[in-house]
Design a binder for this molecule. Sequence first.
Ligand code: HEC
Length: 96
Amino acid sequence: MKRILIVFAMLMAARGAADEAGGSQLVVEKGCVACHGENGVAVAPSYPNLAGQWEQYLRLQLIAYRSGKRQNAVMAGFAANLTDEEIRALAAHYGD
Ligand code: HEC
């Protein structure tokens, strides 16, 4: 049983590494999918599409929302508690 668990853990780790350090899980955990969709194609016209955008641009926007340099009531809330590592993974997931 223990051996099976170890193999399972290794498989999950490999999967995470392949997906930009867990970005696809993070967008679900952090709620981004509700507006920006799983792959950055937004669910409604009031939300911007993130797919196809530069990774670097997305990362800088998230940092700006977090610091308050870019102001938006909705995104301020979602960016407020993101770590640098999470921002990197989210931008890598949605960006090109
Ligand atoms: C409730 C809906 C909603 C959720 C949930 C949400 N966003 Fe947003 N997001 C928006 C809206 C609306 C904007 C446009 C805000 C503005 O005008 O600055 C935006 C803008 C952005 C931008 C800037 C896009 C650009 O073109 O400049 C990024 C990057 C982004 N969101 C990432 C995320 C990430 C990552 C998450 C999850 C942590 C998330 N958003 C969660 C609604 C949402």
